[in-house]
Ligand binder design. Sequence first.
Ligand code: SAM
Length: 230
Amino acid sequence: PPLYKQRYQFIKQLVSKHEPKKVADLGCADCRLLWMLKFCRCIEVLVGLDINEDVMKEKMHMLSPLPGDYLQPSERSLTVILLQGSVVHKDPCMLGFDMITCIELIEHLEEKELEKFPEVVFGFMSPSMIIISTPNSEFNHLLSTVTSFRHPDHKFEWNRAQFQSWALDAAARYDYTVEFTGLGAPPPGKDVGFCTQIGVFVRNYLKNGEHAHFEKHQECVYKTVFKAVY
Ligand code: SAM
């Protein structure tokens, strides 16, 4: 399968393994990962956030309940919400999540946004688990079509050492443990790492309920674009 599908599959496997109830996808674009995840029975709240409202709306209808969902009501309830906003803004509706995914998002952030990102995602949202994927620049010379960056909107592409030092720093600062993996193995004999590099971060502490309560009084800044309750 193409690499983007492998990335979604990778998340689906983590969901099956850890059974999160509340999952958010940051930079969800056309909501394809959300659409796959809505079939995971453990999930009760599924949220997508993107700065680009138009791209979110393209296939949004795929997230609406099908007639069959009403004919055969399931035991679990599922709420799907799409939000327009930036990952560098704190909104209390992103609190209390079990898993937050950022698939091919960080390389689209401006320098100032990238600086703010760990404080918001690790420090404020602070879900139990965070998955971040980004291109591995060491793989680029194996992709014949790539001259500089893989996509014109990429603000940077990191090699393994760059991504790992950024990730280890964020993990240390906000008390997470990170493990590195990837998708798209290089051909035998080429030690360039995976085509897509991935960090899986697990929070080391239990979240203090009172602290979370205080944060909930923050102002809402994201705009709700879509909501469906199954
Ligand atoms: N995660 C999707 C996937 O794997 O198919 C799409 C990733 S797409 C390459 C990057 C997305 O990040 C775009 O939809 C873009 O609008 C969004 N984005 C860029 N900057 C953002 C920001 N500051 N806050 C939220 N989303 C942002």
